[in-house]
Design a protein around this ligand. Structure first.
Ligand code: ADP
Ligand code: MG
Length: 374
């Protein structure tokens, strides 16, 4: 496939104005592109950095059309947009990412089926539409298992961990409202992720393997390079997946490693990802830079160089409460604050990246900083 090649001064339309949209816009602007962003929230993080902003719902056909008319290429910062609408837009406007990745990956069930087709190793799962399916899960998967909504979940939202019978009530409540999947709960020794960008003529660039720790199912920290020997295996998994799904731009595959050192694909985010934020300071190109290069039809760097090992810590509302006063005395904390209007304990308000020659020592220091955290 050959994409339209954008020139300096051309305009990139971004659907979604959260922190990912903001950081995409910042990369686009340093390369000389204009940005127009569409988001229902007029206080979106991306608004102050976009040249133009359309306040409209993600499914507002007229507004999406306006975005298309004003843009030389359209991209998106999150997966919960309508695949059908995106498909319609692709008939009229330049959208090299297409709609297939969104369609397959915004639904956990079709995502898992796609991964099975690709031959990826995944955790055993079942589709859950009824009480009977839930009972089947108890027998087929056994306790503990996790019930997840098929659509719209993020940061562990829409998930219930069923350890034993007592948690079944909560799972029942979840499945009465929405179709779900249930998956076996894995005894994880490490979580890792691989961020990849695909450009024109299927050029592919890999970021270094990322080691992730989640707390309450929200990403807490990322360490790069990951302290495991699974990088090549993770790349092999990604290569299988890209044979099944049309990807353009930056996306991330999340993996689990179990106690026997087996690698499982967890899920795929068809967009820049929280675990790739370290790349802004720690690599010669960030995940946002390569995304913009890809969707504007430029050549990608053959390889991403890691300039220094890094620890990235997310800053939720609770973390800002804890650390805010200390930022001024820590210039080594590369702090990014997204500019969200309301601070909530579990809301991602920003992140910070620390470059280091001694990962283990820096990790220890950072964990101490976050010690008082609930
Ligand atoms: P989200 O879309 O919210 O990121 P995930 O499926 O990635 O949803 O779940 C969030 C986190 O919850 C994972 O990163 C992992 O820490 C934990 N988790 C999810 N599924 C499982 C599982 N099957 N076994 C063990 N832990 C899990
Ligand atoms: Mg996840």
């Amino acid at each position: 496939m050959n994409f339209n090649k954008l020139k300096f001064g051309d305009t990139i339309g971004i659907i979604g104005g959260g922190q990912l949209g903001k950081m995409m816009a910042q990369s686009a602007q340093k390369m000389g592109f204009k940005v127009i962003c569409l988001d229902p929230n007029p206080d979106s993080p991306c608004k102050p950095v976009a040249h133009e902003f359309i306040t409209a719902a993600y499914d507002d056909e007229k507004a999406l059309h306006e975005l298309g008319e004003k843009s030389d290429v359209i991209t998106y910062e999150f997966e919960n947009i309508s695949a059908e609408q995106l498909n319609r837009l692709t008939q009229q406007f330049n959208i090299p990412q297409g709609y297939q990745a969104i369609q397959l990956l915004q639904d956990r069930l079709t995502e898992k089926q796609t991964l099975e087709q690709a031959g990826s190793k995944i955790v055993p799962f079942l589709s859950i539409k009824s009480e009977k399916d839930l009972n089947d899960a108890i027998h087929t998967l056994g306790y503990p298992f996790i019930v997840k909504t098929r659509f719209g979940g993020y940061d562990g939202k829409g998930q219930v961990l069923v350890k034993d019978e007592t948690a079944l009530q909560e799972a029942r409540a979840l499945i009465t409202n929405q179709e779900c999947v249930a998956e076996q709960y894995l005894d994880i020794s490490l979580e890792v992720s691989l961020t990849v960008t695909i450009g024109n003529h299927k050029q592919i660039t890999y970021f270094p393997l990322q080691e992730n720790e989640h707390r309450n199912q929200i990403l807490f920290k990322t360490i790069v390079p990951a302290r495991t020997d699974k990088e090549q295996e993770a790349r092999n998994e990604v290569n299988k997946i890209i044979d099944q799904v049309h990807f353009v731009g930056t996306f991330t595959v999340e993996f689990f490693i179990d106690k026997s050192n087996h690698l499982y694909v967890n899920e795929i985010a068809p967009r820049p990802h929280n675990s790739g934020h370290y790349s802004i300071e720690a690599c010669d190109y960030s995940q946002f830079d390569t995304h913009i290069l890809a969707v504007t039809g430029q050549k990608l760097p053959e390889q991403i160089e890691i300039l220094k090992p890094a620890v990235m810590m997310n800053l939720l509302g609770r973390d800002l409460d804890l650390l805010e006063e200390q930022f001024s005395s820590h210039p080594e904390w590369h702090v990014h604050i997204y500019g969200k209007s309301e601070r909530k304990p579990d809301r991602k308000m920003g992140h910070m990246t620390i470059l280091t020659n001694d990962l283990n020592e820096t990790e220890k220091d950072m964990l101490k900083q976050f010690e008082g955290r609930e």
